[in-house]
Design a protein around this ligand. Sequence first.
Ligand code: UFG
Length: 332
Amino acid sequence: MAILVTGGAGYIGSHTSVELLECGEDIVIVDNFSNSSPEVLEKIKEITGKDFKFYEADILDKESMDKIFKENDIEAVIHFAGFKAVGESVQKPIQYYTNNISGTLVLLDVMKKYNCKKIIFSSTATVYGSPKIVPVKEDFELHTESPYATTKLMIEKILQDVYTSDNDFSVVVLRYFNPIGAHKTGLIGEKPNGIPNNLMPYITQVAAGIREQLNVFGNDYDTPDGTGVRDYIHVVDLSLGHLKALEKARKEKGVNIYNLGTGIGYSVLDIVKAFEKVNNIEIKYVITDRRPGDVAMYYADPQKAKEELGWIATRDIDEMCKDSWNFTKKNM
Ligand code: UFG
């Protein structure tokens, strides 16, 4: 039996595919390359020395999804496919709702038809909105401030309803904090198109000389150095969390929700300093206005994932900065 990885050519999907293959799982990837490229699939094969089936298809395309399930014995789905840019979602809500929600509904419908009842879903820490206290626990109040976050929260609710209607389902929802870093080989990593929105891809582009300086969005937040604090997590640690979630889904029916973070908050300037130190490169920056919609500080309480999944992030901030730069250098 195989694990279907939707969005398996993407940033987190590709790293998770590598880890799945390396622990002997059989996988099938479906991706439409809307934010990735076919070379990633070759890189996954190069890293692992293993082959897998691939379908270039949109999860909204029911016929293609049906074909995948007809041609393969799919035991479980790890569902990454979706649009993920917070700012863009405000500009293009219809596309975000259609792609993320309708895509998931097509997937669930086909899963049900083929009696596949295990799903691991990529959610996000942005479903907590602006948390009143930190660290953030899974049972905190949920509040979304962008169409992107709303799609993730709606899908969480849809999955809960699917389970309520059919108690044979095993649903594991993973709420990611801020994934950065790349695979040790430097063969796969995050390669955004155009001007990066997120901190680490912007820093690596400054390091590469593509951008002149980093804009630090505000230094007057109520945080130790005034800049925003986040829980950065190495993408490989995050990927390993999916393997643990899969184990859980195999063992137990129900809906389980976990934060995947390190439990440590770093400020923007902490990240800049760590990057400069481990890579020996100066990162020029200027302090600019706050970015609308940004929250001062949040980081995870990852205790539940530790207790129930036996998962813990082990890669530190230096390793994250080192691996991010290694990937960028090799892929400029
Ligand atoms: N930042 C800068 N300059 C930049 C980019 C970011 O100062 O050029 C700051 C932000 O203000 C924030 C921190 O760096 O304080 C992190 O910003 P990111 O854009 O890297 O990450 P966010 O926390 O805003 O959001 C990210 C993803 C979302 C996801 C969320 C989950 O973009 O998709 O993490 O926590 F939902």
